[in-house]
Design a protein around this ligand. Sequence first.
Ligand code: ZN
Length: 159
Amino acid sequence: MTDEKLEKDMIASVHYTGTLPKNGEVFDSSEGRDPLTFLVGHKQMIPGFEREMLGAAVGERREFTLTADDAYGMPSDEHVVKVSREEFGDIELVAGMTLMSDAGPFTVQEVTEDEVTADFNHKLAGESLTFSVEVVELRSASETELDHGHVHGPGGAHH
Ligand code: ZN
């Protein structure tokens, strides 16, 4: 099984570090944590990440830089919405804070007496991203996993 390569419908576990090429800042890393486990080819990852890792073997390390289009896309005004201040109840709102909602996380951009501007753009939208990735483990997905479109067991769903 040592000749397995990362490809569609396999379960891949990787260690990764993501940095911003513009200033070298680490925005995410699995170092010191469990590796990231995902089902290849089922849109669990940003598009460029899988494309750059295709064909990699266990133990192989790759480093690549993705443009924003291959990562989290460009920020758009369509994802910035105004919400009534009342919706937030007693929460103390400060510009720049991140909150969770049914529609996903957003950043509080501006707060007035009766309105809150919520920015739903991904924090990394518009950014080029550099990844250093090492393949830790590869296995074939089970039929149920392919059916569900995600990983079961360690690093995945338990149900
Ligand atoms: Zn499932």
